[in-house]
Design a protein. Sequence first.
Length: 91
Amino acid sequence: QDVVGCGIVFSERSIFFTRNGVHLGTAFTYDPTLTLLPTVGLHSPNEQLVLNFGAKPFAFDVRALEARSKANRYVQAARLPIGMPDMLRVV
């Protein structure tokens, strides 16, 4: 039984998918002015699924992804030609 996940990285405006706890990469970036709603499509009669909107632990390590995303923002900010106090406000 596969576990498929979908997540949003708000700071990058990106949507990603996971399968059995493995990040499959960024699926697409989105326009933050749009309203996003979770949607599931089924293919055949009698298919079953269980949805988890956070009531149970996720199969994918969301905290590790958040930490990598934050570290990437610091690296990008460090490349900007601005002083440290201003840089910290950007990150």
